[in-house]
Write a protein that binds this ligand. Sequence first.
Ligand SMILES: Nc1ncnc2c1ncn2[C@@H]1O[C@H](COP(=O)(O)OP(=O)(O)OP(=O)(O)O)[C@@H](O)[C@H]1O
Ligand SMILES: [Mg+2]
Length: 417
Amino acid sequence: MTSDPSSLFVWIHLPGRTEPVVCGRFTHRRTGGGEAGEFVYGRSYLARAEAVPLDPVVLPLQERVFSTTHLGCWFSALLDSGPDDWGRRLIEQMHGPQDTIGYLLRARGQNVGALAFSPAPDTPASAAPAPLGVEALERLLEVHRTVEHGEAVASEYRDLLLQGTSAGGARPKTTVEHERRLWLAKFPSSRDRPEEPPVPLMEAALLTLADRCDIRVPTHRVLDVSGAPVLLVERFDREPLPGGGYSRWRYASARTLLWSRPEVQQYSYMGSYTNLARQMRVWERTPVQSIRELYRRIVFNCLVGNTDDHDRNTGFVAGPDGFFRLAPAFDLTARPRTPRMYLALAFGSQGAEVSLANLLSEPENFGYERDEAQEVILAQWRTIRSSFVDELVGLGCPPRLAARAFDSLPDVVPHGR
Ligand SMILES: Nc1ncnc2c1ncn2[C@@H]1O[C@H](COP(=O)(O)OP(=O)(O)OP(=O)(O)O)[C@@H](O)[C@H]1O
Ligand SMILES: [Mg+2]
């Protein structure tokens, strides 16, 4: 069958299967009046007993044409499976600039979630190359530097980059297999600031602190690769199968949940945690615990200055029961304090402002009474303040940089508490 450049076939890995099945077709249609994105589930997919929706709200399992004009005429759940800045950059190295369909089709790595894409229903979605082991990290460190400097990568190293072509986010990364598990490997970037703790160390320290603040995080560790720290974070959307290979779980970013109620998103720039909590009640089977955890993450983000908490830095993963649930936290940063700080998403009566008053303004939207919220904030404050420097230094961060980062933490709680 000839492929149509404005169409793409969506495949899905059903739980426990290593081979994907065709699930539907997306078409980017230009009409007299404008443009629209359309998705239809295949009849054979709808007939399967184990069929699951790509997005239970916007794309329920129904035999009809779903249409969207949001997000550049795309369904957010499909974009979540595609590459972001880093993956696109690698694809451009190999194939030149693409449109969104081109990026989705040319991403060859272990893309997030359970979806895969192909240009025609009889062309199987291209399988990801065999996962790299940690021994590849040393060479990748060099090759990533070449890419970041905008230089062409020698053809013999291109295969090494294939795994990274499906990566989300902007920082250099790839997926590796280690101890029979899949990990996201996050590298230092040439854009990192030398006066701040190395980013992989800061991210690792924050994951450990978040864990102590009752926030679920993936297993993680830092490897020394030719003197550079590389953070390994276990993939929460993969699970090893007893016979080899991995089960792949569906993934949806907070953006997808927010856009599953467009009338809400429309009136609130970039969405908000408050709207996210509302949508979690629709998406999750037992949302109460997740929504309370979301509040603890908001508190944590304020206390460490994680203002990079945009709507693709919170995610949801569907487990064996088929329901989406708040995924473990990832991509934590600590931005140095500025006179007025704002998270990326609003959460209280003062919008996204990082302040104690704002944290305590509407905790009930996240299932917390004010008194209990106050306890959470104080407990996290003490945990973070008492071990921030030790965690960083223990990972190998120069004490001077760790101390400076500590001094730059936002002053959310008045001193002496
Ligand atoms: N442990 C994980 N398991 C599975 N997928 C993950 C995991 N951590 C992150 N991801 C996915 O990979 C994407 C990129 O990861 P991450 O956000 O850590 O990268 P980044 O380059 O630091 O991002 P940013 O551009 O936001 O700074 C995330 O948006 C998420 O979809
Ligand atoms: Mg990110």
